[in-house]
Design a protein around this ligand. Sequence first.
Ligand code: HAM
Length: 438
Amino acid sequence: MKPSAYVKSAAEAPRKMSQQRFQAPRGTSDVLPDEQVYWRLLETRVEDVAARFGYERINTPAFENANLFVRSVGEATDIVEKETYTFEDRGGDLVSLRPEGTAPVCRAYLQHGMHNLPQPVRLFYMGDFFRYDRPQAGRYRQFHQFGVEVIGEADASVDSEVIDLAWLVLESLGVKDVTLLLNSIGDTECRPRYIDELQSYYRSRADELVHDDCIRRLETNPLRLLDCKNGACQPLIDAAPGSVDYLCDNCSQHWHSLLSDLDALGRSYKTDKRLVRGLDYYSRTVFEIVPPKDGRQSTLVAGGRYDGLIEILGGRPTPGIGFAMGIERVLAAIRENEEPITQDVRNKVMVAHMGDEAKSAGMLLCSELRAGGVAAVLGPAGRSLKSQLRYASSIGSTHAVIIGDRELESGSFVLRNLADSEQRVVPRDGLVEAMSPH
Ligand code: HAM
């Protein structure tokens, strides 16, 4: 059905529509004012750590040409096969809401000639992403990621750098007891040999392969066989060959160099042959950071190398590596820690008023306070002083200014500290100064 058809049917059923109570779509959520403190904290810490590592922010559009994800993430991946929100726009172009950030950043790198800048280019992003997944705890249809990409450096030192960055962000947010899982899936030279080995292994035990998705994956995406969560597949996975045993010399050198860099940085890790990742663009290093409970069911950070991706998108061969952190999952982990996060304690004034003239004076005072950098809210109209002060507390005001006839006449207003109810009289012109942070 075309969008205009929806609009028409809505107009044809005005009675039904007027009775409809709208809800946020399944798998999406509202971030209400009292949760904003967590989001602000995360954004500030993330920006601070990224800046300390010399990363610069990039924003890309919420939707892209659908083919960008088909070519990069891969046609046979769950994301592209089942999860993208893809539609033809009114001009007939096929677009997808972005399911991830690496392909858009690589597209932007090429489009804006960043390959002509000194390499590597270090970028980070934060934003919302969209996947038509089955909603459950920690899995949403609209979710947020903080991600970084380093493009133009093949050396393993940047692999440990991005891992260290992710680790430091989690540490700065008080997320504890996480585990770093690592694997290398080789490159175009050694991976085909490994995949052959893996397929022969699974074919030799074909009678034990009962899970439909895995039977299909054996032909379409054999690496993902190792990633299967189905109970019946676990004994097969346990005995399967691991990719690090099939690395070519270059990949093996890169792998060992990464391990020794992590040892030097004091970052502990577990190597894990099951870690193959669900996106086709990866090569060599892949990693995840997982919380103590649920493990890989609720991975906080996931990433890896994508040395062939820029070329797939039409650029010269250029290596790259990055990760993305699931913001909702990290926020849930912070809440579990329950070290309380307090709102910042900047002054916030509510101007209470009695009578029309006082209300006008209050409106002007609010405007002056705001222009002077102080947060100010006018008390609700037509209410008693007591009710206005109650409202002031409910919105977290630190102070109230009280204006009545007497104050208008004298030109001095009562300033009440709402924490201790102490009051003093301040000349009108001194209020901005009295409320400004010193
Ligand atoms: P990803 O593993 O698809 O990788 O997602 C990274 C992280 O985003 C996950 O570990 C998880 O924390 C979060 N996430 C993914 N899907 C959802 C969802 N439906 N609901 C809530 N959180 C979710 C990527 O996106 C790659 N682009 C990462 C990367 C960057 N690789 C290299 N550079």
